[in-house]
Design a binder for this molecule. Sequence first.
Ligand code: SF4
Length: 103
Amino acid sequence: MARRGAADDAEDRAHWARRSACANEDIDRLFVRGKAQNEAKKVCRTCPVALQCLAEALDNHVEFGVWGGLTERERRALLRRRPDVTSWYDLLLGIARGGTRAG
Ligand code: SF4
C-alpha cells in the first residue's frame, strides 16, 4: 500500500466534504435540535469521511448540528473528556491509519 504524504493530508483536509454522504442531502436536516439529532445522524453511518467531519467540528468547536455522526451533546462530552487534544484531525485520522491514541 502506498504511504500517505503531506500533500495527501492537505488535500484531505481541504476537500473531504466533497465525498460526504450528506453532500446531496438537505443540509437543514443535520441542524435540527435536541433528540431529533439522533434521527438525523443516521446518514453519517455510511459516510466515508465521518472522521474528517467530526475532527472539523471538534477542532473548531462547532456547537450546532450533527457532525461526524455525533450530536452537539456528544461532541461537548468528548471535548470535556479530552481537553488535552490539540488536533482532533491528527488524533482521529492517526488512529484510523494505525497510529496511537496519544493525541
Ligand atoms: S459525517 Fe454526517 S454530517 Fe459529516 S459529512 Fe458525513 S454524513 Fe455529513
